[in-house]
Design a protein around this ligand. Structure first.
Ligand SMILES: NC(=O)c1ccc[n+]([C@@H]2O[C@H](COP(=O)([O-])OP(=O)(O)OC[C@H]3O[C@@H](n4cnc5c(N)ncnc54)[C@H](OP(=O)(O)O)[C@@H]3O)[C@@H](O)[C@H]2O)c1
Length: 328
């Protein structure tokens, strides 16, 4: 049976050289920006996790391309993770299925002493389809335990069932680990509309602190039922694929277009910021987690967590602009 946690990236195959790559000297950390800290664009915007009131910066990072090993590939990842808390950001989203992403993050975070400044979210899946026998609870427990070793931490902020793969088996075990103080929050992720009915059912039936769902200017389906249900039930929401996925399709679609004049009104100086602010303005959203291995892109994305957010009228203007480009 294929491993349900395996991410279909060619980089998964490249493992050798990890230690050598991570052993490169680190440059000095810039001064930390604290949540609420001011810069020219205004204070960092945070949102509260409904179940606890803990505040999180509204922009984090996705790491499904962090499963790399060569020094050349690791250098920008190290710089990106180093910049994250310096920009005031905290949420790092990974998964067992992203090749060596968990291990790369665990190693860099440990070496740089960043653990206490980050909110580490990961995911695990038991699969869910096919004729193979379901893993036993013992195997599932062992799978969950591996996340601590891979991330080199004894406490994981958020553990999610990845794509609802084995929810019935995993959730009771995850609840035990939460009771023991080893997972701080529990959740479920998906990036497929076809799983929304099952996600909505789980939001009804299970004690979820978080969901993670796909939502972007080019795919607004989560607005119909998932986001209102999360808001009603007090479940925090992480937004995956905020640019439409790793091929960054929405940013590709607008490449070559001039940023509309109205973007200035909300302080957006790039399409990435405009599209992230569009999502952050949705009241159910706790944080967006754009994937990047590029420190310059991280800084660009982080700027969406400051300054004005679009009101309903402005959101309609952003939609009209995007729809015009996408359909034209
Ligand atoms: N089912 C699930 O649970 C699920 C599914 C999919 C994703 N996820 C999570 O969500 C995260 C985000 O999704 P994603 O990474 O697939 O897609 P995404 O965030 O929509 O797009 C990522 C792409 O955008 C580019 N990018 C990022 N910031 C940019 C900027 N400021 N300017 C220009 N390009 C920029 C990245 O390239 P560079 O690296 O060059 O910046 C990358 O190619 C993932 O990393 C993963 O953690 C979860």
């Amino acid at each position: 049976m294929s491993d349900p946690n395996r991410h279909p990236s060619r980089r998964d195959a490249i493992r050798a050289g990890l230690a050598a790559g991570l052993g490169l000297a680190f440059s000095r950390l810039p001064a930390a920006a604290q949540p609420g800290s001011q810069d020219a664009a205004g204070p960092l915007i945070t949102r509260r996790i409904p179940k606890t009131g803990e505040a999180l910066p509204v922009v984090g990072i996705g790491t499904n391309q962090f499963g790399v090993s060569t020094p050349e590939e690791l250098a920008p990842i190290r710089e990106t993770l180093q910049r994250l808390p310096a920009l005031g950001l905290r949420v790092v989203d990974t998964a067992r299925g992203y090749g060596s992403s968990e291990e790369v993050i665990g190693r860099i975070v440990k070496e740089m002493g960043l653990r206490d400044r980050l909110f580490l979210a990961t995911k695990y899946s038991l699969g869910g389809r096919g004729a193979a026998p379901a893993p036993s609870a013992q195997e599932a427990r062992a799978g969950l335990e591996q996340a601590f070793a891979r991330l080199q931490t004894d406490r994981i902020d958020l553990m999610m069932v990845h794509n609802l793969g084995g929810t019935e088996t995993l959730m009771p075990l995850m609840q035990e680990l939460k009771q023991a103080g080893r997972f701080r929050y529990l959740g479920i992720s998906t990036s497929s509309d076809g799983q929304y009915p099952a996600l909505l059912q789980a939001m009804n039936d299970l004690p979820l602190d978080f969901i993670e769902v796909d939502y972007s200017i080019g795919n607004r389906n989560a607005e119909q039922q998932v986001l209102p249900a999360a808001q009603e039930k007090g479940i925090a929401v992480l937004i995956n694929m905020p640019f439409g996925g790793r091929r960054a399709s929405m940013l590709t679609e607008v490449a070559g277009q001039a940023l509309p004049e109205f973007a200035k009104e909300i302080g957006a100086t790039s399409f990435a910021q405009l599209f992230l602010k569009y999502l952050i303005a949705q009241p159910a959203v706790t944080a967006v987690i754009p994937g990047t291995r590029n420190p310059r892109h991280l800084e660009d994305n982080a700027a969406a967590a400051r300054g004005p957010l679009p009101d309903q009228r402005m959101r309609r203007r952003i939609e009209a602009f995007y729809d015009g480009v996408a359909k034209g």
